[in-house]
Design a protein around this ligand. Structure first.
Ligand code: MF3
Ligand code: CO
Length: 266
């Protein structure tokens, strides 16, 4: 069952997303050669609590950290550790918070120092496919129009869409209906309606879409060990079209929202 959010509920989701985006925006410039993935996680947890929210992933189905940090061929759900990021790695940060009863969820992939041209192109393709999907979030469309647009965008650039994991509704639960696959035919599923809140999250690979899970029971990697990228925002359908609740720049902020602290690169 899809839960449509009221204006009041949307405002709470906006605030949850704003806190999450602030923290994720502060993490991004910390991605440098020499930092341990655990340091990024500890920073995120501390800042989230300072801003009055709770990390959403810690303890979720037993997940042991606040951020999912996935390096190179790792697609999602990498567990922060003593691993030191190296120049040329690419790293995906997936983060969510719970604030006043509402969840937010967002991910980005960034290079560590200078990465290869191929790696940068893959990162850009994941981000571009998200916005191609978002363009389809309009009244009259159906959910799978978003999915199909993402797949078309990713495959037109020569990359593969991960099938084993999908986007999702979000709100009072981290994962709500509907599922939002990043592939499939257009024109299917429920209609896009005001009040719908979704985590749209393309996960893509430079090689094939097949996935393996590491011994830790969490980390999803590409079976062919090709590079992977992930890009995600919490978005809401409104009467005026889609709103990216977790945007890290202030352009979607609306009057009455107090920014806890401007993202450093906003
Ligand atoms: N961001 C992930 C998602 O979209 C959630 C991480 S799962 C967790 O579903 F267990 F790590 F929390
Ligand atoms: Co998600």
């Amino acid at each position: 069952m899809i839960t449509l959010k009221s204006a009041t509920e949307l405002e709470a989701m906006r605030q949850s997303s704003r806190i999450m985006a602030t923290v994720l925006g502060e993490l991004e410039p910390l991605i440098r050669p020499g930092i341990r993935t655990r340091d990024l996680d500890l920073y995120a947890e501390k800042r989230t609590r300072e801003l009055g929210a709770v990390p959403a992933f810690k303890g979720y189905r037993g997940y042991p950290a606040s951020v999912c940090i996935s390096v190179n061929e790792e697609i999602i759900h990498g567990i922060p550790s003593g691993r030191i990021l190296q120049e040329g790695d690419i790293v995906s940060l997936d983060f969510g918070v719970l604030f006043e009863g509402f969840y937010s969820d967002s991910a980005l992939t960034a290079p560590v120092g200078r990465a290869s041209e191929d790696a940068l192109k893959l990162i850009a393709a994941a981000e571009r496919s998200f916005y191609k999907g978002l363009e389809q979030m309009k009244e009259g469309n159906r959910l799978s129009d978003i999915s199909a647009a993402i797949q078309q965008s990713v495959e037109s650039e020569g990359y593969a869409v991960i099938r084993q994991f999908v986007g999702h509704g979000i709100g009072r639960a981290l994962h709500e209906d509907p599922q939002v696959p990043n592939f499939g035919p257009p024109g299917r599923g429920p209609k896009v309606r005001p009040g719908m809140t979704l985590a749209i999250e393309p996960m893509i690979a430079a090689g094939s879409y097949e996935v393996d899970i590491l011994e830790d029971g969490w980390t999803a990697i590409t079976r062919d060990r090709s590079l992977a990228a992930h890009y995600e925002h919490t978005v809401a359908m409104t009467a005026n079209g889609p709103e990216v609740l977790s945007a890290r720049t202030p352009d979607t902020a609306r009057p009455g929202i107090r920014l806890p602290k401007e993202s450093p690169h906003a």
